[in-house]
Design a protein around this ligand. Structure first.
Ligand SMILES: Nc1ncnc2c1ncn2[C@@H]1O[C@H](COP(=O)(O)OP(=O)(O)OP(=O)(O)O)[C@@H](O)[C@H]1O
Ligand SMILES: [Mg+2]
Length: 290
């Protein structure tokens, strides 16, 4: 299954979309909330149910000990976001000041996420937040660049409005360069279009010279629930946002298969240190909502 990283220029719906994709996938799924500016799911969708004792920040200390410790900590810090335990969240930072401590953790975390997707059949989504640039390159501490390098797809979230397209335009070339130089190529870059605004997908793709790899409808009721939590709206599982998110995950999986054949890539060898992650994820649920 693919690892899909979501980024944005500014507050377009990245977090709500990442949650929708994770909750809608037909396969076991995981959302890693890796926005260096801090996570919002803990206080929003989860309404404070997860304490600061859980989450991404704790992986920094574990990684300094070793990859086996990182694998163990990763499994321990996941939070179940459905009753069956098939959908999990790695809760994000509680304070943006924690982000620099993660700089050396990102490559090791990227490897764990790849193993989870390739060997444990999880659909993996990464909320990488707003992209910060420095001198035309991804900012070394304010962007989790190694997670983007390792992803099968990097989706730039945009709305179909002039405001959103104007800001997104400046990110395309730096992202392409980054993926050409450090990853499997700039064809991993695509758009996740939130259908709010006058432009059609073909117009958005033409304006940004980038394909729309997934599109999600404007659905304030479902998105509001994913943003602030509480009681799910009536018919939530069949809502436009969840239905389209489900199709989007199928489409991404099909595209990833085609791309890996094109790249002539075989499944990576599993690092033996990470075997414990898979074991724990299949045997235990970790924390759970409610
Ligand atoms: N498909 C959608 N339909 C309607 N509203 C949406 C949709 N997606 C997101 N929203 C709303 O847009 C607002 C911003 O969404 P969200 O927090 O997910 O964006 P973000 O890109 O993660 O922002 P930030 O850059 O601040 O992290 C929220 O109020 C959310 O409910
Ligand atoms: Mg966000």
């Amino acid at each position: 299954m693919p690892v899909t990283a979501l980024v944005s220029a500014k507050s377009c719906g990245t977090t709500a979309s990442a949650l929708a994709l994770t909750l809608a996938s037909r396969r076991p799924s995981l959302l890693a909330e890796c926005d260096p500016a801090g996570g919002t799911i803990r206080a929003g969708f989860l309404q404070g149910a997860v304490t600061a004792g859980y989450g991404l920040y704790h992986l920094a200390a574990a990684e300094r000990v070793g990859s086996a410790e990182l694998a163990t900590a990763f499994a321990h810090h996941l939070w179940g976001i459905d009753d069956a335990g098939h959908r999990k969240l790695l809760p994000g930072l509680t304070d943006p000041a924690q982000a620099p401590a993660l700089t050396r953790t990102w490559p090791a975390l990227a490897e764990v996420l790849k193993v989870l997707a390739a060997d444990a059949g999880h659909d993996v989504f990464v909320d990488a937040g707003r992209l910060a640039l420095e001198a035309g390159r991804l900012h070394p501490t304010l962007t989790p660049a190694p997670l983007l390098h390792a992803a099968d797809f990097v989706l730039l979230t945009v709305r179909a409005t002039d405001q959103s397209l104007t800001l997104a335009r400046h990110l395309i070339e730096p992202l392409r360069t980054e993926l050409d130089e450090h990853a499997t190529g700039s064809d991993a870059l695509g758009l996740l279009l939130i259908e709010d605004g006058p432009y059609r997908p073909t117009q958005v793709a033409a304006a940004l010279h980038t394909p729309v790899l997934a599109a999600l409808p404007w659905d304030t009721e479902t998105a509001g629930y994913l943003t602030t939590g509480g009681r799910p709206p009536r018919g939530y599982a069949r809502s436009p946002l969840l239905r389209h998110a489900r199709s989007a995950t199928d489409q991404l999986e099909a595209l990833a298969q085609r791309r890996s054949i094109h790249l002539n890539r075989s499944a990576p060898d599993t690092n033996p240190h990470l075997a414990g992650v898979l074991q724990r994820l299949t045997n235990a649920r970790g924390g759970s909502r409610g």
